[in-house]
Design a protein around this ligand. Structure first.
Ligand code: G16
Length: 545
């Protein structure tokens, strides 16, 4: 096909290593950064085709490995409304990344054109960005070659957070329509979110400064600019772990994933009682909060706590606005702490559903709800208002100043939320706004319910693809008999729960356990991890307490 004339020539600059194999998984392609050049080149080709398949709408490409170690990198595609790539295209991505030769690559591209009925005369439009990883510039050059090979109109946003890129894509594709989302620039992003934040908190007592651990990633410089743009005593920040220059520091002993997994403060922060802390991950799409009490005991306010805070606030505002039939619902994954699920169901009396790990799965479930709050326990999430909910808000007829105020606040909240994807900066402003409006300390927020002790472990095995799950990833169907062994262990512990699933972003299997006491929980977690190690080809050190 003439359209692919330049593909072979440019692909020769980014050859695929013999025998290497890639899969478009939970968060796109993700592996060692120096093995990804051919894949990123090919994602450039795919982005162009995806745009043509959407009649020239703008598609996004983000080069990041988010919470993974600095030596890793990754790449993912962003669909026109700023959402994750439509799932049916993931197989195209995997096939194209694995084509062994230039001829095979061209044949695979032609097959996508045929299967999707793409008109290749449409002008493709693609925007892209990367995080601060050292392998980023080389991969970006490979991407640019891929985009050039198919003549895409390509625009770089430089080094920004993943959610900022999602926001830009949504803004570009909605400009001039009733769904216009904002200015597709960094300044536009900051103006939209800080503006909504200041509308919500205006007139309330000023909070103490917020301490932010930026994981030594792109969130550091970006949140500094956000606070400067707000220029308000309502957003005073103290930034920690904001070194994006020294090699080896990204996500190292810091960031949201470290704090959530280890349930302890990141390196470089000495926590003071009474102060408020949060951690971003390496590309600032996740956030967790934490604090220490007067005994200096550490308390984590993770994605479940954020989700319940936000769902409660929205539920109360909807009631105060007097809007009928505007249901708030919550989407969680198997990692949600059992106490949070009981709290949502029994105390808040809100509907809740479980989805598989991966924000794309939660996002689709939340879209089915009028107001869908979705957060993974790791701090990745956001809130969606569906079109029926927006219509109800638009047509609400307030009967009192209190109702009018509640409606105004619901609009401001909607503007404060990055609906395209979980966003550490927008979520931070959301939490801050709610805490300021309620006049709450982190301990008051934490008091809603008590988490069951939980533990998340990683086991490295010879082949994680042998692990297959069902029941929202809570039950293993392979390797054979492993689930029976887990069930036997779980049955020994009061309020015990445990599950095992293969990671979609790291070469490991994850083990989650919770139980009534810390000692039981740890014993359960390590016995399950040990069983996985023994029965399913563990590598390296056997997990031990
Ligand atoms: C990514 C996904 C998240 C997922 C996380 C861990 O996060 O976007 O939805 O929870 O990986 O996934 P897994 O347990 O399969 O490795 P991030 O922040 O790294 O992009």
């Amino acid at each position: 096909m003439a359209h692919f004339a330049k593909v072979a020539e440019l692909s020769a600059r980014h050859p695929k290593a013999d025998g290497a194999s890639f899969e478009y998984g939970t968060a796109g392609f993700r592996t060692l950064g120096d093995t990804l050049e051919s894949t990123v080149f090919r994602v450039g080709l795919l982005a162009a085709l995806r745009s043509q398949s959407k009649q020239g709408k703008t598609i996004g490409v983000m080069i990041t490995a988010s919470h993974n170690p600095e030596c890793d990198n990754g790449v993912k595609l962003v669909d026109p409304m700023g959402e994750m790539l439509q799932q049916s295209w993931e197989a195209h991505c995997t096939r194209i990344a694995n084509a062994a030769s230039a001829d095979e690559l061209v044949a695979a591209l032609a097959a996508v054109v045929e299967a999707e009925g793409i008109d290749v005369s449409v002008q493709a439009r693609v925007v892209y960005a990367r995080d601060t990883r050292p392998s980023g510039p080389l991969l970006q050059a490979a991407l640019e070659d891929g985009l050039a090979a198919l003549g895409a109109e390509a625009t770089s946003y430089g080094v920004v957070t993943t959610p900022q890129l999602h926001y830009f894509v949504r803004c570009l594709n909605t400009a001039g329509t009733p769904a216009a989302y904002g200015e597709p620039t960094e300044a536009g992003y900051r103006a939209k979110y800080t503006g909504a934040f200041l509308r919500l908190v205006d007139g309330r007592p000023l909070p103490a400064p917020l301490h932010i651990d930026a994981a030594n990633g792109v969130g550091g410089p970006e949140v500094r600019k956000l606070a400067a743009a707000a220029a308000s005593p309502y957003l005073r920040i103290e930034l920690h772990n904001d070194d994006t220059q020294t090699p080896g520091r990204l996500n190292k002993d810091c960031g949201a994933d470290y704090v959530k997994s280890n349930q302890r403060a990141p390196a470089g922060l000495d926590l003071e009682p009474g102060a408020r802390y949060c951690s971003f991950d390496g590309d600032a799409d996740r956030i967790v909060y934490y604090y220490v009490d007067e005994h200096r005991s550490f308390h984590l306010l993770d994605g479940d706590k954020i989700s319940t805070l936000v769902a409660t606030y929205l539920r109360d505002l909807v009631a105060a606005a007097g809007i009928e039939d505007l249901q708030v619902g919550v989407v969680q994954t198997a990692y949600a702490n059992g106490s949070s699920t009981s709290y949502i169901k029994d105390t808040l009396r809100l509907p809740t559903v479980f989805a598989k790990t991966g924000v794309k799965h939660l996002h689709h479930e939340a879209e089915k709800m009028p107001i869908g709050v979705y957060f993974e326990a790791n701090g990745h999430g956001t809130v969606l208002f569906n079109s029926a909910a927006v219509d109800k808000l638009r047509h609400a007829a307030p009967q009192s100043p209190a109702q009018e105020d509640a409606i105004r606040r619901l609009w401001a909240l909607r503007d404060l939320i990055n609906e395209s994807v979980g966003d550490a900066m927008s979520d931070m402003l959301l939490v801050e706004a709610i805490l300021i409006c309620k006049g709450w300390t982190p301990a008051q927020w934490d008091a809603a319910y008590t988490d069951l002790p939980s533990r998340l472990l990683k086991v490295v095995v010879h082949d994680r693809t042998q692990f297959k799950t069902t029941n929202a990833e809570q039950t293993l169907t392979a390797p054979p008999r492993l689930q029976d062994a887990i069930d036997t262990l779980v049955a020994k512990f009061p309020r015990g729960r445990a599950f095992v699933r293969p990671s979609g972003t790291e070469d490991a299997v994850r083990v989650y356990a919770e139980a009534a006491t810390r000692a039981d929980c740890d014993q359960l977690a390590y016995s399950v991890a040990g069983t996985v190690f023994d029965k399913a080809g563990g590598r390296g050190d056997r997990p031990a307490e």
